[in-house]
Design a protein around this ligand. Structure first.
Ligand code: SER
Length: 321
């Protein structure tokens, strides 16, 4: 079997995807690639690691050849809020980076590239509840525009070039992180747990009734691996699957936390940039194509996620103290 390369392995999803892939395929089989942000200790200790700047085509080719890569999970990205502020870097990583990865994969005979898209691939004109798999996509953020480009490019390589590219539109992902996230619009749903455990309070940057689709990390990992392993012959879509698990508002998530931590308090200081982004995204998703074509099914609802997050974050933050 050929090895798996994960780009962006220091990011929110990479930190959890790398250990899950190593558990499944063997630690030596999964090469974790970081760039600017240092890779977490657990990723470094668990198997091979390397540095890859996805804006550098040559580096990707060298890495594929050196490690005998057969599958790439391409996670490097500049998230929604940061890409609005750093347009040039957003363009280089989100557009040129993906193009480089696909071209290098094709040139080197890689079998498969999994490149997640996002709910950001939709825009203000998209039907928002539930958003169909195949619908109007006119995002008004640079991150979203890059995600639409990525979906179309992935479908093009799958059908015209003969490189198997798969992708799913991930909603906001909630996970137990080492450090507070800063670059995304859905980050409040992770930051709220840091606040709840450390200070029993949190100031939210989105309005209380902003409903967004969300998913707990174990489901996101399951979705990525299940899609990567799905039978190609059954796929009618390729790089553009909706996947849903739950939808909630900041007020509802705060309520679920308050049931477990009665003193928890939340107030609001709205960030206009992130509020405008959230207001252009779906409130819920129709994921019937993913269910039909590769058997997608989520395991966690909001209550299951809150119980598990509080438990894991308490342990993580205690250790860090
Ligand atoms: N969670 C991402 C963000 O907020 C969207 O894919 O930017």
């Amino acid at each position: 079997m050929k090895r798996i390369l994960v780009t962006g392995a220091a990011g929110q999803i990479g930190q959890d995807l790398v250990p899950a892939l190593r558990e499944r395929y063997g630690s030596d089989m999964v090469v974790a690639a970081g760039h600017r942000k240092p890779l977490p200790g657990s990723v470094i200790r668990g198997g091979p690691t390397t540095a890859v700047d996805v804006t550098d085509y040559g580096q990707i080719v060298d890495t594929i050849r050196k490690y005998g890569i057969g599958t790439i999970h391409h996670l490097s990205t500049i998230l929604s809020a940061l890409a609005e502020q750093e347009r040039q870097r957003g363009h280089e990583v989100n557009i040129n980076g993906l193009y480089n990865v696909l071209e290098a994969a094709h040139a080197c005979g890689v079998e498969r590239v999994v490149a997640p898209s996002s709910i950001a691939a939709f825009g203000p004109e998209t039907p928002r509840e539930p958003t169909p798999n195949d619908t109007i996509q006119k995002p008004n953020t640079l991150y979203g525009i890059a995600k639409v480009f990525g979906e179309l490019l992935g479908n093009y390589y799958s059908t015209k070039v003969g490189l198997d590219v798969r992708g799913l539109r991930l909603p906001g992902i909630v996970s137990c992180m080492d450090q507070e996230p800063t670059a995304g619009t859905t980050d409040y749903a992770v930051l709220i747990f840091f606040g709840a455990i450390r200070e029993k309070r949190y100031t939210c940057f989105l309005k209380p009734d902003t409903r967004l689709p969300m998913m707990y990390m174990p489901d996101a990992i399951k979705a990525i691996i299940d899609l990567a392993e799905a039978d190609f012959a059954r796929l009618r879509h390729h790089a553009d699957f909706n996947v849903a698990a739950m939808s909630f508002t900041p007020a509802e998530l705060a309520g679920a936390i308050r049931k477990r931590i009665p003193e928890f308090e939340m107030d609001y200081e709205i960030d206009p940039l992130r509020q405008a982004i959230a207001d252009s995204w779906p409130r819920s998703l129709d994921d019937s194509a993913a269910r039909r074509e590769w058997g997608w099914e989520p395991g966690y609802d909001m209550d299951g996620m809150v119980d598990d997050m509080l438990d894991k974050m308490r342990k993580k933050l205690q250790k860090a103290d």
